[in-house]
Design a protein around this ligand. Sequence first.
Ligand SMILES: [Mg+2]
Length: 337
Amino acid sequence: MSFPIFILSFFKRIQIGNNKVLHDYSMFNICVDLYRTQFQNRWKHNQSSTKYIQPINSSSMKAPITTLIFDVDDTLYDVGTGFTAHRNTEGAQSFMVQCLNFPTMEMAKTIRDEYFVQYHSTAKALQEAEKDGRFPECAKRISPLLSSSSSSSSSKEKENENENGALFQAQDLAEWWASRLNFDLLGGKDEALIEMFQNCPLTLVAFSNGPRKYVKRVLVELGVAEFFPEERLFAVDDVLPYCKPEKEAFDKILTILKVRPEECVMVEDSMKNIRAAKALGMKTILVAGRTPTDNSMEAMKQSEATKAGDAPERNDPAVDVSVEICSDIPTQWPDLW
Ligand SMILES: [Mg+2]
């Protein structure tokens, strides 16, 4: 049925059935919505069940894609590794106790989780919690560079070293995570990911809400650091006081990279960040995570519990293409390169 005939027939049926005249403008919008739904359902029905490619607006495809921007955590490695659960629980809480003098892991968890839900970045969460006066009275800065079981407490304390007097400093978290987390959970070099990057002719960029030194360690552990040189590696330190999904954070890196959003594809596990990237005009790839096995189910649940409200939604209109793991991109979107 053609679009005009569909509108007219539906309009007439409603008028006769209800024996009253509806407002022309409202009816037009209803018909357009129904027709769009019909089209999308028919499009999805034609797709293979193993592919999760969403319809992409043809006008948005006119700009040539030049740049792939990759999130790092739960994007370059699978959420089922348990590394994110480890970082967001013991990793974050031990930092708050050992380096910010929170009295208990439980108090650290409460504050961190409350703010992480809003910002999807532990660094930004701690920055905002401190601004809001949510740090305990006993809080103080203890540099992780000096913090060790053999150091005396007085020699460990380096309070208020930065210009604004804040106790939390992103580089402290970076140092703590880069040196204290269990990177063995990542499983070593990812050969499929390395091969994908080796064969990609597009500009590769990493953009993480994690602190820089930590992000670099993850890239090294996965064997992909060479693909993201300093000038194309962005961490939360580079965009604070903003972070993804805030527009200002995206604007800053796009300005440095000298690219328009229409030229970029954002590869992400976070729906907040996917939606923000789409709103800016980027194409998007959602990394939804492997279908969990018995072994990975618990780790995935723990990881997702630490980032409530941001679970992958493959059918979200902001998602152009969805994959289980990052190295599936060439098969799920073969025309990308
Ligand atoms: Mg992520």
